[in-house]
Design a protein around this ligand. Structure first.
Ligand SMILES: Cc1ncc(COP(=O)(O)O)c(C=O)c1O
Length: 352
């Protein structure tokens, strides 16, 4: 067991929601057909169809990277380009896997404030060297909801970007590693935040928000479902004991656990944000609304917190830029404990 103090490194440092473990234990009886032909998998697909108010096809995989890259590979030809924000996880944090899975299709990055793709940049991107035989052809747009910096596209913003994408004849993917966090913040329906804005395939993240290792590729455009089946097998993600992944998803969705977990993570981030905002030595970056906060912190403060065993990313961006991520397992006590330490680190004797 690590002996660090409260950690805000990521939401994947949390354990598994007990309800998810219970659902796995319930499914651990007798024998079941392998490779997703079991009753749990069928039920999970039905449940996701209900959640999204559409008859969807569902493909479980174990990582968000696999969900993203398989989705993009089914949407993009090898000579295609995937357009995303330059802060996109697929651009920065997947070690070239999108290109690897896509037989050479390229990621083409776009600008925009708060890690959100700017519509004007997208209008430029969808036309970039179209018809030029020497260049990768814009094929797919990938948006991250919530974004890598904890901001959230509004429904209007998604629909504007969706319309630009569709009018140009491209297809749309959503990286929903933190889909639940965005959904509860917008207080809208899963359908409104996806296919109603033009999303063809969604990486429905669950691991950061309560499951052990179950992410779902949710396919709205069923014309790519068969291709996805073969791609998943070829990538080594067709789990033989798929029922345990399906069980995780059932436990995650039942009784709205996923929404309750996401609300807890967001509330803890909001509490942390309001504590940090009171300190003139610390400046928040952007306008986070989900469970990720970026800010600038003096070096002496970062060093003191690290020396006390607190954990957070502090050396991945420009100097003094730090990131805090809360999860469903973060408690009010965790936040108070950390804010007390931050107050003391910046020189205020008074604990929070
Ligand atoms: C926005 C986003 N997308 C995708 C992923 C991929 O998740 P995994 O680490 O499971 O591959 C992450 C993980 O940090 C993420 O933050």
């Amino acid at each position: 067991m690590s002996t660090y103090n409260t950690a805000f490194t990521s939401d994947n440092i949390a354990g598994v929601s007990p309800q998810v473990l219970e659902a796995m234990a319930r499914c651990n009886v007798g024998q079941a057909d392998p490779y997703g032909r079991d009753d749990y998998s069928i039920k999970a697909e039905k449940m996701l169809s209900d959640v999204f108010e559409k008859d969807v096809r569902v493909f479980f995989v174990t990582t968000g990277t696999a969900a993203n890259c398989l989705s993009l590979s089914a949407l993009t030809p090898p000579w295609g380009a995937v357009l995303c924000h330059h802060e996109g996880h697929i651009n920065n944090d997947e070690c070239g896997a999108p290109e690897f899975f896509n037989s050479g299709a390229r990621v083409l990055t776009l600008d925009g404030t708060d890690s959100k793709v700017d519509p004007e940049a997208l209008k430029w991107g969808v036309k970039y060297r179209v018809g030029d035989m020497h260049s990768s052809q814009p094929s797919t747009v990938s948006l991250t909801q919530a974004t890598e910096s904890g901001t959230i596209y509004t429904l209007d913003e998604l629909c504007v970007l969706g319309a630009i994408t569709k009018n140009a004849g491209l297809r749309m993917h959503m990286d929903g590693a933190r889909f639940g966090n965005a959904l509860v913040a917008l207080n809208c329906s899963p359908a409104e935040m996806t296919w109603k804005c033009g999303v063809d395939v969604l990486s429905f993240g669950a691991t950061k928000n309560g499951t052990m290792s179950a992410e779902a590729i949710v396919v709205f455009d069923k014309t790519i479902a068969q291709e996805m089946s073969f791609r998943r097998k070829r990538s080594g993600h067709l789990g033989s004991k798929m029922r345990f992944m399906a069980a995780q998803m059932l436990g995650y969705l039942e009784n709205d656990l996923w929404l309750r977990n996401a609300r807890q993570a967001n509330a803890m981030a909001a509490m942390l944000k309001s504590g940090l905002e009171k300190l003139p030595e610390i400046s928040l970056i952007g306008s986070p609304e989900a469970n990720i906060i970026f800010c600038k912190m003096p070096t002496y403060c970062i060093d003191k917190l690290l020396a006390q065993g607190f954990r957070f990313y502090h050396d991945r961006w420009e100097p003094n830029v730090v990131r805090f991520v809360t999860s469903f397992a973060t408690t009010e006590q965790d936040i108070q404990h950390f804010l007390s330490a931050v107050n003391q680190a910046v020189g205020y004797a008074q604990a929070v």
